[in-house]
Write a protein that binds this ligand. Structure first.
Ligand code: G
Ligand code: G
Ligand code: MN
Length: 417
């Protein structure tokens, strides 16, 4: 006769009283527990009987918790880890991030003193947030499978139409309705295996192919957009390379800037897309590389009616004053804050502040990296305007966009031609 085996918790805490308390609460929740008070004892127990959960004290005399986590990561430990400590939440959040980046599974953070209820919640096997889409493969985990590419291969791919736009939807937080798409370049059938976009974009920038790449993406995405979304307010967001801005800055007169503005305006006309439905996304660092050139280019784009979005906000080092000078209409909160907003007080405070800051400057706020429904409802609560992320829709080719649109309950009115 087989009974289901109870889940097992292994505790490591240099304070036996705390270890006991954790153990008693866990037992009352139906878990089997084992207490250790020093790292060598802990690692012996870990090896003898692998636990489902680990409660780990961050500050201990012989070894600190971060070192223990690094060692656990080197073993490929899959137990769900609960970090405990009396340190402030910012330090504990940082420790949790470091553990996650090393591939460990963090069930949560238990600030001492803690309540029995909080610990019981962390010990439940339900994931903290219900994922709406499969979890992301981190670059580190998949790096082994990724090929490099050289200039000639990229040039050939561009010539052969193998660099194509994919589209990732942005929705309104409040209504869930479609707001627009971000265009993200993808390399189909690369000769030596998958090349991630940030690799080939960087390669294109280094090798002087970025203007060609941008042109290919711009032309093809505008053509699709103009034909697929007529008489609609849906927008198309295109990433603008720092090189485009630098090229403009390198010239003595303003003509390359004017040239770029004229060029994109003409492409829009050809595709029947009004400039007000097009958003250019640029990052803080690319906008700040040459503030004077940026101001010139961005002002001209705005005067034509294009919208401008400040991408990956929160990851750069620019001063707020410089940013305020530039005529952005939208700000995108970096996904590193958004995807951790529900598990980190620090991240949720950053997201909330950026949304408030954006609104006080009259900007539309977009959260990127929204991976689950609970994050979306949190964003709606704090008044964030738009959301984008794997939980809403991955970057897709045009056929997949059609399917995605069909599968949405509120599609009527979005699907107009
Ligand atoms: O698409 P993710 O899917 O991995 O994109 C990685 C990075 O490459 C992002 O920072 C994104 O902004 C950038 N990127 C994707 N497509 C384009 C593009 O067409 N032009 C430029 N300049 N950057 C792009
Ligand atoms: O730098 P920029 O914001 O343009 O980059 C967009 C990048 O973010 C692309 O690489 C895209 O594939 C990725 N992305 C979009 N949504 C999510 C998400 O929900 N989670 C993660 N991890 N990445 C996302
Ligand atoms: Mn972007």
């Amino acid at each position: 006769m087989s009974e289901t085996k109870p889940l097992r918790l292994l505790v490591i805490d240099d304070d036996p009283a705390i270890a006991q308390t954790i153990s008693v609460i866990a037992r009352s929740a139906g878990l089997e527990t084992e207490i250790t008070c020093a790292p060598d004892e802990f690692f012996r127990a870990l090896e003898a009987r692998p636990p489902d959960f680990i409660a780990l004290d961050l500050v201990m005399p012989q070894m600190d918790g971060v070192e223990v986590m690094l060692k656990l990561a080197s073993f490929g430990c899959r137990a769900r880890i609960i970090i405990t400590s009396g340190l402030g939440s910012r330090v504990m959040d940082a420790a949790g991030r470091s553990a996650t980046e090393n591939g460990l599974v963090i069930a949560g953070i238990l600030a001492k003193p803690f309540s029995a209820g909080t610990l019981r919640k962390l010990l439940s096997v339900e994931p903290k947030t219900a994922p709406m889409a499969p979890p992301t493969v981190t670059l580190a985990a998949s790096a082994g499978a990724l090929a490099m590419a050289d200039r000639d291969e990229l040039r050939e791919a561009l010539r052969a139409g193998k660099i194509v736009p994919y589209y990732q939807p942005k929705i309104k937080c409040r209504s869930g309705r479609l707001s627009g798409f971000e265009v993200l370049a993808r390399w189909l059938d690369p000769p030596r295996g998958p090349v991630p976009p940030d690799h080939f974009i960087a390669l294109a920038e280094r090798e002087g192919l970025i203007d060609l790449l941008s042109e290919v993406i711009l032309e093809s995405s505008l053509k699709w957009f103009g034909a697929r979304f007529t008489n609609s307010d849906v927008s198309l967001a295109i990433n603008l390379s720092a090189i485009t801005i630098s090229n403009a800055a390198a010239a003595r007169d303003a003509s390359p800037v004017a040239g770029f503005v004229e060029h994109v305006t003409r492409r829009c006309e050809e595709s029947g897309v009004e400039p007000r439905r097009v958003v250019f996304e640029l990052t803080e660092s690319s906008a700040m590389r040459d503030p004077a050139a940026s101001l010139n280019l961005l002002t001209r784009l705005r005067m034509k009616g294009f919208h401008l979005s400040l991408d990956d906000f929160g990851t750069g080092y620019s001063s707020m004053l410089q940013l305020v000078r530039l005529p952005f209409s939208e700000i995108k909160v970096d996904r590193s804050f958004v995807s951790t907003a529900l598990v980190s007080e620090e991240s949720s405070a950053v997201v909330r502040s950026i949304v408030d800051l954006g609104h006080s400057l009259g900007l539309t706020c977009v959260a990127e990296g929204v991976e689950d429904a609970r994050t979306l409802s949190y964003l709606n609560e704090i008044g964030c305007d738009l959301a984008q992320g794997f939980g809403i829709g991955r970057p897709m080719d045009s056929d997949a966009v059609d399917e995605w649109m069909q599968s949405r309950p509120w599609r009527r009115g979005e699907n107009e031609h």
